[in-house]
Design a protein around this ligand. Sequence first.
Ligand code: NAP
Length: 252
Amino acid sequence: MSSIAITGASSGIGKAIAEVYAQKGYDIFLGARREEKLQELSGKLRSMGAKSVHAHRLDVMSDESVESWATAAFKIFPKLDILVNNAGLVLGTDTIETGKIDEWSTIFDTNVMGVLRLCRKFVPKFREQSHGHVVMIGSISGHHVYEGGGPYCATKHSVKVLAQTLRLELNGTSVRVSSVDPGMVETEFSEVRFHGDRDRAKQVYKGFTPLSPLDVAEAVAFATSRPAHVNVDEIIIMPTDQASVSKVHRKN
Ligand SMILES: NC(=O)c1ccc[n+]([C@@H]2O[C@H](COP(=O)([O-])OP(=O)(O)OC[C@H]3O[C@@H](n4cnc5c(N)ncnc54)[C@H](OP(=O)(O)O)[C@@H]3O)[C@@H](O)[C@H]2O)c1
């Protein structure tokens, strides 16, 4: 395997996955809405050892954008090996009684419809070439729930279900499907959740050591580097101080 397409590569976990695969000498295809971040990252990836790097703007909420991103990916890398469905977000901490419809729409359109749009374009190609690996970046929120996180947890439970369904639908094709489901990772995730409030976002990771994006990227690298007869279905990876989605041991 030597080529990988990563959604949400402009930041956090997606960016770290790109860096890990650059060090492995892969051909890398990046997507996210912030093109300037992708361009910046492309140069770094080349200097880290990537065989080649291509970056195209991607909005997973748009059918047209996904269509053109997937077409470009397969044009450049006709035998693409790995798709990482990483793009995702949460907005706010409202309860179900108080939540905002437009925020819920964005969360579901990104985290669930986005994954479906990408799979619809990439999976037929993987089936046709009799190889390929779909990796979902799920979450511990796909296994547990918490107050103020209902819609986000619903989307990550959905991602888990989509991975399980794909494994059934692709059985016998040699195409693999894995889900890497982290607990708390320090990225721009909380800043996005709190609408740009950096101080509030910092509090989320205070008093304990969260996962780094690299910790998650290394789990993805493990899942995708097993022999062809091995499918890693699911990896749940947590900070040692986090015992569940809502139980975190903080030192102060
Ligand atoms: N951080 C955590 O604690 C944590 C824990 C478990 C799971 N996760 C999951 O990990 C994944 C990555 O999140 P992260 O923690 O790395 O957060 P992040 O630093 O905010 O990165 C999110 C990435 O998703 C991209 N994205 C968001 N909306 C998009 C859209 N409509 N189209 C294309 N790309 C889009 C963003 O790029 P642009 O804004 O440039 O488009 C960015 O590159 C998400 O699926 C998240 O649910 C995170």
